[in-house]
Design a binder for this molecule. Structure first.
Ligand code: GLN
Length: 322
């Protein structure tokens, strides 16, 4: 039973024999961060110090880089931080606790019901920016589609990075669509005005009829093999955004022929895949027969991560499928 006099720390000199801080002042930001990092490391979290810093910065309403300069947190802030550390130690994703994710410089609302974007997918933004520079007349609009858009991470980051991108984001999950629409609306109008959201399944012919023929496609589909061991955090992502059949290839196999139809001749696609399915993904593009320049790419950790391909020109492809 806490009496009003010792509840808030407002009177730090009030007697409290069990207080862990004998000087009776609040712990510094640095001390709180170290304490949280130790708890997260004990919970098996690799990036424990980074996560503790993000959570403390979130509670203090500052950028993580400014923690070193922060005033000592109040007792209420310390309590809020400790509560977040306890939840993170239960392996709830960091981004669900802060309700936001940073992706290629774009801030996104995320939480239960939508896939948390991963840093390795940022490579597709860089690729798309280069692809957009190559595929159309300088200055002309570039038609770009993001399939399986989720929170809108790729769509919004590419639209931000490429001012002449006319972007369409396709997503079927109602809960993901809520985040996607909210995230699109939160961008500056110079970006938001160039992003159209299409609700639908990426294997639905009606969706493709609505998209028309485009210059560039990016896609981070569900691709993890159903029985693959995943971290406790991944269990908080919607399963339909993560897994795709026994080998992880179910959606990719269905999608590649649709990509060939949706890209103009010379148009290009980047498709993320599991690190166990690089060769299988390349094979699907090659076997389709309508792509050239099928190339596998690694992520910054050196793992095979995405395949790019160019829609061939019908005139130059042998055995062309009409
Ligand atoms: N690479 C992601 C993970 O680590 C899965 C991404 C996906 O299925 N698109 O869980």
């Amino acid at each position: 039973m806490t009496s009003p006099s010792d509840r808030s720390g407002a009177n730090p000199s009030a007697s409290n024999p069990s207080a862990s801080n004998p000087s009776a002042s609040n712990p510094s930001a640095t001390a709180l961060r170290a304490r949280g990092a130790a708890a997260l490391a004990t919970a098996g979290i690799d990036a424990a110090a980074t996560d503790a810093g993000w959570l403390l910065a979130h509670v203090l309403g500052i950028e993580p880089g400014r923690l070193i300069l922060a005033d000592d947190p109040t007792a209420a802030q310390a309590a809020a931080y400790d509560a977040l550390i306890a939840r993170r130690a239960e392996r709830i994703p960091l981004q669900h606790l802060t309700a936001e994710a940073s992706f290629a410089g774009v801030e996104l609302a995320v939480g239960p019901g939508v896939f948390v974007p991963r840093p390795e997918t940022e490579l597709l933004v860089e690729w798309a920016a280069r692809a957009c520079a190559d595929v159309a007349e300088p200055g002309a609009a570039v038609r770009v589609v993001d399939l399986c858009s989720g929170s809108g991470a790729l769509a919004l980051a590419v639209a931000t990075a490429v001012p002449r991108a006319a972007m369409v984001a396709v997503e079927r999950s109602p809960s993901a669509l809520d985040y996607l629409r909210r995230n699109a609306a939160a961008q500056p109008s110079s970006v938001a005005d160039r992003v159209r959201v299409v609700a639908g399944d990426v294997t639905d012919p009606d969706v493709w009829a609505e998209l028309g023929v485009v210059d560039v496609i990016v896609c981070n589909p569900p691709y993890v093999p159903a029985a693959a061991p995943v971290s406790p955090e991944v269990a908080h992502d919607p399963a339909e955004a993560v897994f795709s059949g026994e080998t992880g290839m179910d959606l990719i196999v269905e999608l590649v022929p649709l990509l060939a139809e949706g890209l103009r001749p010379g148009g290009v696609v980047a498709l993320e895949h599991d690190d166990t399915t690089a060769a299988a993904t390349v094979d699907v593009f090659v076997a389709d027969g309508r792509f050239t320049e099928v190339v596998g790419h690694r992520d910054l950790a050196g793992r095979p991560r995405y395949v790019t391909a160019r829609r061939a020109d019908p005139a130059t492809v042998q055995g062309w499928k009409p």
